[in-house]
Design a protein around this ligand. Structure first.
Ligand code: GTR
Length: 383
């Protein structure tokens, strides 16, 4: 793809060649077609799971000098082959006069890395990839608060929002054999063998985000109509796929989600389909790997994932030195999705861009500076 070519495939043209010109046509025809294509070729189909998710409050504490309540909620997921607990860490402002919007996202290394408070239960060793060096030492919980900069809870609370997070390894450990030790292992017909359009870890993480949304919707103090998905990098890919499928998410933030997230697969820059499917074969459906080196044959590209979220809110963020994620590609994707948001443009004040975007200086990470943008965008747009 040359840099100034329009991004293919065209957002407003259906597979049968017909053109979409209204919001109604988009919702009735093109969006369902795109969701099916992303399931078939990229992430795999999300099955209708016969799994029950029940929430139980484990403990509640007043934190941040009285400005927030922190709840640890156990989300117990039960299937024919057993049960699994996803620990949800939820912070809500104590001073709110009404139910607040809440950001929800998975974290990389355990809830105890988000907040140094020793009362938070550490993640267990088996939730990490075997042999992979976890960011923290799960045995001693030595990494308490080590990733707190990614979750600036005080800033989020003081802006009138709530924040909720759970460890991605609680849902399913991040390695090729992780499925057996996660949610998929609870299914009666679980098999480690996958083919074609069978879902992968990103699909399972996205599924879990929808379960967390349901749990949050029932929590006192949370506004169920303003639950906002957020994710960094691989977890940003999962957040986008969750929000594309589940219209209950009012907004999604993609922080440097890169290849398989906001960056176009067709752009020969940064991580390629070959790179990502060789290193992380478990993330996508097996079929996605067949497009390594022939990305132009994919019937979708990632700007269409952003478009599938319209007219709900989307924010894409990049970092200048994070070349592996292709910051320019992420920006071009957001631009290429804009015509779809414009179909719904009557709902937006003139001149307001459809999708939020920023490029900050620095490397691959999610920083308080990024959150400042997300909080401002969400406050402006959610009303
Ligand atoms: C990298 C991977 C990226 C991105 C990143 C992350 O190794 O190649 O696609 O997901 O990990 O999640 O931090």
């Amino acid at each position: 793809m040359a840099p100034d070519e329009p991004m293919a495939p065209a957002a407003l043209r259906c597979l049968d060649g017909s053109t979409i010109s209204t919001a109604e046509e988009w919702l009735a025809r093109r969006r369902p077609e795109l969701l099916e294509l992303f399931a078939e070729y990229v992430y795999g189909h999300t099955p209708d799971l016969s799994l029950e998710a029940v929430a139980r409050t484990h403990r509640e504490d007043i934190v941040l000098g009285g400005r927030a309540v922190r709840r640890e909620v156990d989300v117990v997921i039960t299937g024919p082959a057993g049960e699994r607990t996803v620990q949800l860490l939820l912070y809500l402002p104590t001073g709110a006069k009404c139910a607040v919007p809440v950001f929800v996202g998975l974290n990389f290394s355990g809830n105890h890395t988000v907040d140094p408070d020793p009362r938070i239960r550490p993640a267990r060793a088996e939730q990490y990839p075997p042999g992979g060096q976890p960011t923290v030492d799960p045995a001693t919980a030595g990494g308490r608060g080590s990733l707190a900069h990614r979750w600036p809870i005080d800033m989020i609370i003081d802006s009138g929002f709530g924040a909720a997070t759970a460890f991605c390894g609680d849902v399913e450990p991040d390695h090729p054999e992780g499925a057996a030790h996660g949610v998929r292992g609870l299914l009666a017909d679980f098999s480690q063998h996958r083919s074609g359009s069978d879902w992968g870890t990103l699909g399972v993480w996205a599924w879990a985000l929808s379960r967390l949304l349901e749990v949050l919707s029932d929590q006192p103090g949370v506004d169920p109509d303003r639950i906002l998905a957020v994710g960094h990098s691989r977890l940003g890919k999962a957040a986008l796929w969750a929000a594309a499928q589940d219209e209950r998410f009012a907004l999604v933030v993609s922080n440097e989600s890169g290849c398989g997230g906001a960056s176009p697969s067709r752009r020969p820059f940064g991580e390629s389909v070959h790179d990502i499917t060789s290193r992380f074969p478990h993330w996508f459906c097996p079929r996605f790997a067949e497009f390594a080196g022939r990305e132009d044959d994919l019937p979708v590209d990632q700007h269409l994932l952003l478009a599938a979220i319209a007219p709900r809110l989307v924010y894409v963020a990049s970092a200048r030195e994070d070349l592996w994620s292709d910051p320019e590609g992420e920006r071009l994707s957001a631009l290429a999705a804009a015509p779809v948001f414009d179909l719904f443009g009557a709902d937006r004040p003139a001149g307001e861009p459809a999708i939020g975007y920023h490029l900050r200086e620095g490397e691959h990470d999610i920083l308080p500076e990024d959150w400042q943008h997300y909080l401002r965008f969400a406050a402006d747009r959610l009303g």
